[in-house]
Design a protein around this ligand. Structure first.
Ligand code: PLP
Length: 382
């Protein structure tokens, strides 16, 4: 099956009882048993739910994996992955990652004796020099949030394999339509399904996809034992959202490339971060591992004044000022004070995230309206 067919058919059958084409929402907490242990595969909805099963099977197929576990948020999915580790284990992570992921690693897992070192993963030698006897996991996010750096998944996974480490790729920014890290050697792929997978800004969810049966069993154990599972209604919404993933991504990626070109020539704009530019340092790697260059674009203002970035963001009409990304509607945000507010300023500046950095999640509206909106918002700037 091609990707466009998989989003609609992989793991999804009409309901055998009624013929319903859409997967029913099994809004139940428990399932009847004929005698103890004699049931139809479902006992209690924290452990398994038929709507969730369909979603998990579909997502496993989209990532070219064998197993998927769904969680109540992207952070809960990451938390489940980190629970594969034990005190004393160490992680090497990219230094330009989602602020909430940084917070979980730094402010939660450090307290449980799991230490993370952050580094620029676009240079593989940085990682090689940090691996020590305690290192167990490499945490990759590519394209990175919000500076759209590109990390070479294949090279990192082969380094991870040679050192006996697990490599996990947060694939939220790309979606399985643009990039399938398991094919490049990753052991685990995670998503904030809140973003492109759901695609309509109407749910919060996370997923983890793997190929290895033992890893899958450990994750399913954690999913049930900890219990951060999504409800059936949210699973239904995700299944529905996924059906249009390739259509949405094609349009959003095309819009993003036009917007990046527009911003590049604007007199108030300094750097534009977009891996589709031929002179982007990760352009060739993006071409190798991604189908398109994604629908996220970030930029800095020439004067780098935070208040001026805020003023521009409060003037856009179609680009809604909001946290999150990956929905059909375009969003505008200020990572230094929003998604990355929990990263200390000095560390943020060291990772080249400036005071005026504005991030756009480009949606599927008409391109003329989107460019017109940015033009008027920037145009009123002195
Ligand atoms: C790259 C990335 N990973 C993880 C998360 C966390 O996901 P959630 O908000 O669904 O918990 C986000 C949320 O913005 C994200 O952008």
């Amino acid at each position: 099956m091609k990707f466009e067919t998989k989003v609609i058919h992989a793991g999804i059958e009409p309901d055998p009882g009624t013929g319903a084409v859409m997967t029913p929402i099994f809004q139940t907490s428990t399932f009847v048993q004929e005698s103890p242990g004699n049931h139809k595969g479902y006992e209690y909805a924290r452990t398994q739910n038929p709507t969730r099963t369909v979603l998990q099977n579909n997502l496993a197929a989209l990532e070219n994996g064998r197993y998927c576990s769904a969680f109540s948020s992207g952070m809960a999915a990451m938390d489940a992955i980190l629970k594969l580790l034990k005190p004393g284990d160490e992680i090497i992570a990219t230094n330009d990652l989602y602020g909430g992921s940084y917070r979980l690693l730094r402010q939660v897992y450090e307290n449980y004796g799991i230490h993370t070192t952050f580094t620029d993963m676009s240079d593989i030698d940085n990682i090689r020099s940090l691996v020590n006897g305690q290192t167990r996991m490499l945490w990759v996010e590519t394209p990175t949030n919000p500076l759209l750096n590109i990390i070479d998944i294949e090279s990192i996974c082969s380094l991870g394999k040679s050192k006996g480490l697990l490599t996990c790729v947060d694939n939220t920014f790309a979606s399985p339509y643009l990039q399938t890290p398991l094919d490049d050697g990753a052991d685990l792929v995670m998503h904030s399904a809140t973003k492109y997978i759901g695609g309509h800004s109407d749910l919060v969810m996370g997923v983890v996809i793997v190929n290895d049966e033992e890893l899958a069993e450990r994750l399913a154990f954690i999913q049930n034992a900890v219990g951060a599972v999504p409800g059936p209604q949210d699973c239904f919404l995700a299944i529905r959202g996924i059906k249009t993933l390739p259509l949405r991504m094609d349009r959003a990626c095309e819009n993003a490339s036009r917007i990046a070109e527009f911003l590049k020539t604007h007199h108030l704009v300094d750097e534009v971060f977009y891996p589709g530019f031929a002179d982007h340092p990760g352009h060739e790697i993006a071409r190798k591992q991604m189908r398109h260059f994604g629908a996220m674009v970030s930029f800095n203002l020439k004067n780098d004044v935070m208040e001026e970035a805020w003023a521009i963001m409060s003037r856009t009409k179609y680009f809604l000022l909001a946290e999150s990304l990956g929905g059909v509607e375009s969003l505008i945000g200020h990572p230094p004070s929003m998604t990355h507010g929990s990263i200390p300023r000095a560390e943020r500046l060291a990772a080249r995230l400036k005071d005026s950095t504005i991030r756009l999640s480009v949606g599927v509206e008409h391109i003329d309206d989107l460019i017109g909106d940015l033009e008027q918002a920037l145009g009123q700037q002195s």
